[in-house]
Design a protein around this ligand. Sequence first.
Ligand code: MN
Length: 129
Amino acid sequence: MTEEHRTLVLLVEDNAVNAELAKTLLERDGFDVLHAATAEAALRAAKDSRPDLILMDLQLPDADGLSVVSRLRADPALAQPAIIALTAYAMTGDEARALGAGCDGYIAKPFDTRSFTARIRDILAARRS
Ligand code: MN
């Protein structure tokens, strides 16, 4: 008999309102969620908890989120999780920057609560195919 594997998500977001909303949406859809509000906490949690997926806010109080992505991708022990960028910027080029840094996809803020987890599952499915 095999245990059902629940997807462990490391949610890296310093805005408390966005973090609470994303956590609620993820847990409602069956994901397990860990939260980090700084780049330093995110790096520690990625190492200690080995999440399946990291949702990475690009604007953190102590670092640019993409620099954290680059550090994760450069570490062979931590390079495997799916990473999705979260950004308030609707700027042209931001998605390319996120993908270039090693993200598997990109979700713009404010979150569309109706499609948030479906979008995450689409990105995870595309990554596996
Ligand atoms: Mn932020």
